[in-house]
Design a binder for this molecule. Structure first.
Ligand code: ATP
Ligand code: MG
Length: 656
């Protein structure tokens, strides 16, 4: 359906004049640079690749083939560099005493840590020497299974320093998920911690690692960070007290020279749509792209304090807590806790405490906080904030307005950044000084990115500016993934087979008459009601716009008359009673917001929704429940809280 959803009448929001006055990129510059970037990518990226320090400068820039069967992606291929030297050593001459990482612990009563670039250098070298002492060399894989503690960043950079490939596994994942990833990547070492504190509780990480390692080669070493000091079992000969070893290790470790196309890390996708894919990113192009997007999209100026609330187990944490900010010599905040503990003002308390200038989070967090009202946000001093960011899913206009009004006080541009694990960095996003926002739109492409909209069935390119279909990218950018770990076939089949000559994102979108992109959700999530195609995001957005609804997830289910019916899972605001009356009210509400065709057929009250650890709703699971097929839920290893599924199955509406 080309619905006349709330998004079509959207107002535009330019950045305030004071912001624009010092913005790194203005509207004219954006147009000029964008044209140059897609007109002559070799010249453009040849120039911008110089933002890094290369050991051996590249002479070739782009070497890419998107042809199915021959897919190959290379950038800066004859250049060599070291990623850790770019993120740390390079800054020592000018900002050794500047804070690189502000670590904010789970418990607000524990003091924060301020780690300078000098200190970071020392810690990374020590950790690199420990890895070496365990036999890790260039090209070896290291699995990192750590809480959000500085050692996670040290470990990533230590791997980069010696040319080892890291693969981070969320600290919230189970022993099985960890074992699968250790085995899939044939890792030599796992780095973990005794316990992971989160929201006042502690997860026994080391116990999980012990259980996982029972399923792995007995040659795998286990490096343990004694973080809480909680008791752990110790396997002599396998387990290593990493902090203790670091204290004796040399603080010097020369950076290894690696090729631009040598892998930097493997990271599994969130698993929203199927079995997670081991995404491989390489060193040169990835870092150029992460650094450049971090600087320009967040309008980062030297001295700013930047906070991305993601976990390092998600690509957002890789690119925008560690690699992008540190490559730019920034001060980056690393937060161990959760937004709602000890109370729903925790994010804002941290913003005030560390005088955060740019704040980057996910719509799911914003919606969760909206449910607590405005008091927790109003009571903190947020005057340091200059820019807000959003990532992970389309931000519904309701959440956008709340974010803008109560957090940004109407003074902070909001950058809605569309990207994926696969893309390494932002692809469609406003540059805040150049592109006025429209709530719910990721707006326009970053430099070098050529989005196209294709007809879903025929794959035909839609030339008109106003268009709706599947979102593909017509040419490569330096941050693009290079392959699926150990499975180049799957890489080609997933991203290059269906729409020949393009990178297929898996997302649907609409492009409006101004050339703005509106992501409508996964192509897999499109539902077809009585012949009308509808993105689930639209119906969810309408539901969330109701003041009693905190969150909603919509899927299709087989319907005798309509082909597919609309099944909505609805989480209510705190303290709201679920009643039959409210159910009716919501039906009428959606009907009025979007139209009769979008009225939900079934509404189930959901105390919680199944989400990935990065906060995405796993609609494929909800679809199974709605289809009354709970027996085949598929891969659930990336669920944040598997418990919510049982409740939903128990109370499903579709008992037929
Ligand atoms: P899998 O690929 O295993 O199914 P996933 O796609 O959830 O998992 P990620 O790479 O973490 O894994 O998520 C990327 C997806 O997140 C995008 O394809 C898009 O659907 C969604 N997304 C991210 N940012 C935005 C945004 N700003 N607006 C709309 N959608 C977004
Ligand atoms: Mg995906």
């Amino acid at each position: 359906m080309t619905a006349q959803g709330p998004t079509d009448q959207a107002r535009t929001y330019p950045a305030p004049d004071t912001f624009k006055a010092r913005a790194l990129v203005d509207a004219q510059t954006y147009e000029k640079m964008y044209a140059a970037s897609v007109g002559d990518p070799d010249a453009f990226w040849g120039e911008h690749g110089k933002r890094l320090e290369w050991i051996k400068p590249y002479t070739k820039v782009k070497n890419v083939n998107f042809t199915f069967g021959e897919v190959s992606i290379k950038w800066f291929e004859d250049g060599t560099l070291n990623v850790a030297a770019n993120c740390v050593d390079r800054h020592l001459a000018t900002r050794a005493e500047q804070t690189a990482i502000i670590w904010e612990p789970d418990d607000p009563k524990t003091p924060a840590r301020h780690i300078t670039y000098r200190e970071l250098h020392e810690q990374v070298c020590r950790m690199a020497n420990v890895l070496k002492s365990q036999g890790v060399t260039k090209g070896d894989r290291v699995v990192i299974y750590l809480p959000m503690i500085p050692e996670a960043a040290f470990a990533m950079l230590a791997c980069a320093r010696i040319g080892a490939i890291h693969s981070i596994v969320f600290a919230g994942f189970s022993a099985d998920a960890l074992a699968d990833r250790v085995n899939d990547s044939a890792a030599k070492v796992v780095i973990t911690a005794d316990e992971a504190p989160r929201g006042g509780r502690r997860t026994a990480l080391k116990s999980n690692a012990d259980a996982a390692l029972l399923r792995c080669s007995d040659k795998v070493r286990c490096l343990v960070v004694k973080h809480t000091g909680g008791q752990t079992t110790w396997v002599q000969g396998r387990d290593v007290d990493v902090l203790e070893m670091m204290s004796h290790a040399s603080p010097d470790c020369p950076p290894e020279e690696v090729g631009a196309e040598d892998p930097l890390f493997v990271l599994y996708t969130s698993g929203s749509t199927g079995k997670p894919k081991g995404v491989v990113h390489t060193s040169g192009g990835y870092l150029v792209y992460a650094a450049m997007t971090h600087e320009l999209v967040f309008d980062y100026h030297p001295g700013d304090v930047f906070w991305c609330t993601a976990d390092v187990g998600w690509v957002t944490g890789h690119s925008y807590i560690v690699y992008g900010p540190l490559a730019n010599g920034a001060t980056t905040v690393m937060f161990e806790g959760v937004p709602t503990w000890p109370d729903a003002g925790r994010f804002w308390e941290v913003c005030a405490k560390h005088k955060v200038n740019q704040f980057y989070t996910a719509p799911t967090a914003i919606r969760a906080l909206m449910a607590f009202g405005t008091e927790p946000v109003e009571k903190h001093d947020l005057s340091s904030l200059r820019l807000l960011g959003s990532v992970g899913e389309p931000i519904n206009p309701e959440a956008w307005n709340w974010y803008n009004t109560h957090v940004g006080k109407g003074n902070c541009p909001i950058v809605d950044t569309w990207w994926q694990t696969e893309t390494g960095g932002h692809l469609i996003t406003p540059l805040p000084g150049a592109i006025p926002a429209k709530p719910g739109s990721a707006t326009r492409p970053f430099f070098g990115v050529k989005p196209v909209v294709l007809e879903a069935e025929s794959g035909k390119l839609i030339e008109d500016t106003a268009a709706e279909g599947v979102l593909c990218i017509a040419d490569s950018w330096p941050g693009q993934m290079r392959t699926v770990w150990g499975d180049h076939e799957r890489f080609q089949e997933t991203y290059f087979q269906q729409y020949k000559g393009y990178y297929f994102s898996g997302d649907g979108c609409r492009r409006d008459a101004d050339g703005y992109y509106w992501i409508t959700g996964r192509v897999d999530d499109v539902i077809n009601v009585s012949g009308h195609r509808m993105g689930t995001a639209e119906v969810e957005s309408a539901l969330v716009a109701h003041d009693k609804v905190a969150e909603a997830a919509v899927v299709g289910y087989p319907h005798d008359v309509k082909g597919q019916g609309i099944y909505a899972y609805v989480t209510l605001m705190h303290g709201v009673e679920p009643t039959e009356e409210l159910r009716k009210e919501l039906e009428v509400w959606v009907r009025r917001e979007i139209g009769p065709i979008a009225k939900p057929d079934l509404i189930q009250w959901a105390p919680g929704l199944p989400k990935t650890r990065s906060g995405k709703i796993m609609r494929r699971i909800l679809r199974k429940i709605a289809e009354n097929d709970a027996a085949s839920l598929g891969d659930t290893s990336t669920l944040a809280d598997p418990g919510v599924v049982d409740d939903l199955v128990e109370n499903r509406m579709n008992k037929g």
